[in-house]
Design a protein around this ligand. Sequence first.
Ligand code: ADP
Length: 687
Amino acid sequence: MQQVSAPIRQVSYWLWVALLASVYFSVAKASLLLAIPPGYATAVWPPSGIALAAILMLGVRYWPGIWIGAAVANLTIETSFAAAAVFATGNTLEALAGAMLTRRAIGPSYPLGRGEDVVKFVAVAALSPTVAATIALIPLSLGHALTGPQLLSNWWTWWQGDAAGIIIVTPLILAWTTRSPILWSRAKVFEAACFVLLLLGAVWIAFGSAAPDREPYPLTFLITPFIIWAGLSFGQREVTAASAVVCGLAVWYTVERRGPFAPFSLNESLLLFLAFASTVVVTGLVLSALLSERRKSAETRLSESEERFRLMVLNVTDYAIFMLDREGLITSWNAGAERIKGYRANEVIGRHFSRFYPDEDSRKGKPREVLDRAAIDGRVQDEGWRVRKDGTMFWATVVITAMRDAHGTLLGFSKVVRDLTERKRAESELMGATALAEKANRAKSEFLARMSHELRTPLNSLMILAKLLTDNAGGNLTPKQVQQAQVIHEAGGDLLALINDLLDLAKIESGVPPALNIGPAGLSGLKDYLESAFGQAARDAGLRFDVVVEEGLPDTVETDALRLRQILRNLLANAFKFTRQGGVALRIAASKSGWTPGHARLDQAQGAVTFSVSDTGLGIPEDKQELIFQAFQQVDGGTNREFGGTGLGLSISKELAQRLGGEIRVSSAPGSGSTFTLYLPLSSARD
Ligand code: ADP
C-alpha cells in the first residue's frame, strides 16, 4: 500500500520475492499442523490471506513469491512436481483475481472505511477461492481415481479453507499496515487488558470448557458481544486481531475434538467454522467501518463549517475584522480591514497593531493599555482617530475581545473596527449648525430687547405730549383736535403695551430669564387693583365683572406680585376682548388638584391657589387650545383679523406661570365661553 511502498522500493525485488515465498511456505507448513482429522483438510488456509494481502500491498509483480512458496509447500506433501506446479498456479491466480476484484470493488483504500466495503470484501473472499479450488481438481482427478462426490467434497474443502483464510488474515495484515486512530490513554490500555482477558475467558467457555467426552453446549454466540465491543471501542487493527485469535483458538479446539464444532462430520464442522469465522470478522469490521465513517463525516462537517465561517469573515468588507496574538501582533486580516486601513494582508500580518494608532497615542502606551483592559474585562470598546496606510486619519469605533481556550488561557484578541469618519463629520457639521443657529437666535433676541428699549424712550415723550394736548390746558384746541390727540395717546398706549410684550418675549427667548421678585403678595390688594383696572372697561362694554376671593385662603401668596398681575391682566384683557355679552369673572380659591397630574412643583407644594378667569365669549376650538400658547399664534390667524392683538400675551403668561412654579390650563368650547386657570403654589414659588 502507499504508506509502505517507499521503503519497499529500496529493497531489491528478488529479496522481497524470496521473503514472500518463505513466509508463504512456513505459514502453509504450520497450517497443515492444524488439519482436521481424519483428512488433511484445514479449516483455515492462512496462506491464501497472506497471498492476497501481499499482492494488494506489494503489487502484481510479486506473484512469483506466492508461486514459489506454494509450489515448495505442495512438493513437501504431494508427490509429483507437475501437480505441485498446478496447485501453486491455482494459489497464485487466486491471489491475483482477488486483488483485481478488490481494487475494482473497493478501490485502493484501506482500512475498509465504509460498511459496504466490508460486504464487498466478503464477496471477494467468497469468489476468488473458486479459482484455486477448481484448478486443484485437475491434478486430483488425473492423479487419483476419485468419484464425482469425492471431487466435489475436495473442491468444497479447498474453497472453504481459502475463503476462511482470506476473510480472517487479509484484513488482519492490511489493518496493521495502516495508522491506528486509537488514542492509547491509560484508561484505554486498561480497557484493552480487560477486553483481552474477558475475550479469552469467553472463548474458553465457548470452545474449551466441555470435557472431550461430553457433548458441548453450543455457546459460540458468547463471542459476539466481545466482537461488538472491539468494533465500537477500538479500531480495525484490534478487531482483526481479536477475530484472528478467536478463530485460531476455535480451530485449535476443533482439531482437539473439543467445542461445539467437534461432534460433526468434517464437512459439517468446516461449514460451521466458516459461518462462525465470517460472522465474527464481518460483525467487527462493519462496526468499526461504520464508526470510523461517522467520525470522519463529523470531522468533515466541522471543518467545512469552520471553513465557511472563515471565508465569511474574510469577505466581510464593512468591518475590519482581524486577530492579534497575545503580544498584539496581527495574525489574520480580512477584506474589510484591507479596505478601511489600506494595508494588504501580507503587509501587516506579523506586525504590531500599534501602527494603526496616531503617534501620540502610541507614545502614551494606549495600544498596550487597550489589550490589557481587554484581557482583564474580556472586552473593550473604544473610539478614536486611527491612521491608514497612506497616513490619513479615520474615526474608528473598535471592539476588542479577548479569546481564551477551554482552560481560560489567553490565546489572543479579535478586533472589529468600523470606519465612522462620515458619521463623525456629519455630527460635527450638525453641531456647528446648531451652535450657529443658537447664536443667530440670541442675536435676534438681543436686537429685539435693545430695539424695544430704544423705542420706548421717544414713545414716552410722544405720549406725555399727547396727554398734555388732550388735557387742553390752554383751552385753545377744538373738540375735534382734542379727540385726535386722544387717539394719538391711545394708539401710543397700545404701542407701548406691544413693545413691553416684545421685550418680555425677547428676554424669555434669549435665555435671560426676567428677574423674579418673590415676596408676599396680598390677595385683597390684587382684587382692588384688577377691579379698578378693568371696571370701567367692563361697564363701557356692558359686561358684568366679578372678582371673588373665596374663603379659606391666606391673606398673601408667596410669589412675584407684579408678574402675577401681568398674567391676570393678560387673561382678563383677552376675556373682555373676546366677549360680547354676559360677563367675565375672576375667582381666586385654594385647591388641592386640577393641575396637570405629575406637575413636580405643584405636587410638592403645601397647596395651590387657583385664579380662574371665565368669560361667556367666543370660546376656543379644541384643536387650537394648545396652539394659542405659542408666540404669535391666534385662533383667527388670517390677515384681516377682527380682534387685532399680537398673539404674544398667552405665550408670555405661560412662561411666567412656569417660572413662578405653576401653570395655566384652559377649558373652552366654541360659543360657550372659556376658562383660563392659573395655578400657583402657595409658597416656595422660586426657581
Ligand atoms: P392676542 O390676544 O394678542 O391675540 P394671546 O396670546 O393673548 O394674543 O391670545 C392668542 C389667541 O388666543 C387670541 O388671538 C385668541 O384667538 C385666543 N384667545 C385667547 N383668550 C381667549 C378667550 N378668552 N376667548 C377666546 N379666544 C381667546
